[in-house]
Design a protein around this ligand. Structure first.
Ligand SMILES: [Ca+2]
Ligand SMILES: [Ca+2]
Length: 428
């Protein structure tokens, strides 16, 4: 009895101590982190999170992860980070890095890549594709008349709405899958069911903890929704590819994406708009994703020479790599997961049922995500693994005649920049 009492006394003292520590440090040095559990010691994530909350007096836990990672995201004072690192169930703790929408430098793109020639028949008035696409972005305007939004999930703050308060996700969704009807624009995979996975807020900003929440949701629900392709027109200069799915450099986002890819989801990511090598821009840098650079096209045809439709933004020439686009460097392994798509002055759906023309690799990426959906629907990619799909899209694009391409593609490189071959939807 005495022993039990003293044990309780020690525990209470410990808890009190922790609470005091937490309350005195919370205001000064608290930052957001992702706490990743070891796979084997932890089987029940919720119970360990509850225990951590109690033991360490955790401030608010914003996300818990069960499928692509085991762990949680929370605001943690520095002193707690040190303690948690010594917890036997914790593998590592990652800073919660920022990500943001790529694009917004303010469509012939679908025609340029042969969308009208594919089995999706974009622009025929009867095109339709039935492969669902996850748009991991700022949400999608759920009642836009030119979009077929069938569901989604909110990973931003509290609340459950995945409606778009920014516009970026709605634009991306339209390029991938606007309906082939009598209004507005038509997407690469017309009318495809869209899932709005909201990880960016109403200013286009988000974080790794939001993004991992989105990847976790897509993976957990892939069987019930049928999602096999996801678009990520976002990123940040936060990490790099360790060639080992984040297990060597303790990259929580990379680990999550690798788990999801292993579950059969093909990820398509924007290369970024910094006019530089994307090797430090994640998720584009991960070799498990299909990374999309941007080229400029103003008339839906190869050959160059068309007048710019960009108004005052006239820096890019027809059928040239876009000056803002990131790229891989010839001779590096990143060339093996890089492909190009139109991304200059792309007309697509916008908020309030509207339409807008904007530029960025954000706009290029959904041309490719839509193409993956068409390929899966046409059976040419059905049953293939994400790695096989990435390989097929790249090799089919590279097999197009030289005249199909653009200045900056592998047949006519610009210095050591590698933008990849121009995706060709007409194959599928
Ligand atoms: Ca339409
Ligand atoms: Ca052209």
């Amino acid at each position: 009895m005495k022993n039990i009492k003293s044990a309780i006394a020690i525990l209470s003292a410990l808890t009190l101590n922790l609470v005091t520590l937490q309350s005195t440090t919370a205001q000064s040095a608290a930052k957001r982190y992702i706490v990743v559990f070891k796979e084997n010691p932890v089987t029940d994530v919720d119970s360990v999170v509850q225990e951590h909350t109690r033991l360490y007096a955790l401030p608010e836990v914003t996300h818990t992860y069960k499928r692509v990672l085991k762990g949680y995201a929370a605001l943690l004072p520095d002193a707690l980070v040190t303690m948690l690192k010594n917890d036997p169930r914790v593998d590592f703790i990652s800073p919660d890095y920022p990500v943001k929408a790529v694009g917004q430098t303010l469509p012939e793109g679908v025609q340029r890549i042969g969308g009208n020639l594919s089995s999706g028949k974009s622009g025929s008035g009867q095109g339709s594709v039935n492969t669902p696409i996850a748009i991991i972005d700022s949400g999608i305007q759920v009642n836009h008349p030119d979009l077929n939004v069938v569901g989604g999930h909110n990973c931003v703050g509290k609340g459950t709405s995945y409606n778009d308060g920014y516009g970026h996700g709605t634009h991306v969704a339209g390029t991938a899958a606007a309906k082939d009807n009598t209004i507005g624009v038509v997407g690469v995979a017309p009318g495809a069911p869209l899932y709005a996975v909201r990880v960016l807020d109403n200013t286009g900003n988000g974080s790794w903890s939001n993004l991992i929440c989105g990847v976790d949701w897509v993976t957990t629900n892939s069987a019930s929704t049928g999602i096999k392709v996801a678009n990520m027109s976002l990123g940040g200069v936060n990490s790099s590819d360790d060639g080992n799915c984040g297990n060597t450099n303790k990259d929580a986002l990379h680990q999550a994406i690798c788990k999801s890819v292993a579950a059969g989801i093909t990820y398509v990511a924007a290369a970024g708009n910094n006019s530089q090598d994307f090797s430090n821009f994640t998720p584009a840098a991960y070799s498990e994703v299909l990374t999309v650079t941007a080229m400029a096209d103003f008339n839906g045809k190869p050959g160059g020479g068309a007048a710019s439709t960009c108004g005052s933004d006239t820096t890019d020439a027809d059928d040239f790599a876009a000056s803002f686009s990131n790229f891989a460097t010839i001779g590096t392994s990143n060339v093996n997961h890089t492909i190009a798509a139109p991304g200059a002055c792309i007309e697509s759906t916008w908020l309030s049922g509207g339409y807008l023309s904007i530029s960025g690799t954000s706009m290029a990426s959904p041309h490719v995500a839509g193409t993956v959906a068409v390929c899966i629907a046409s059976s040419k990619c059905a049953g293939k693994t994400p790695q096989q799909i990435i390989s097929k899209l790249r090799s089919d694009a590279a097999a197009q005649p030289i005249t199909y391409g653009f200045q900056g593609d592998p047949n006519s490189p610009i210095g050591t920049h590698y933008y990849g071959p121009l995706v060709y939807t007409g194959n599928y």
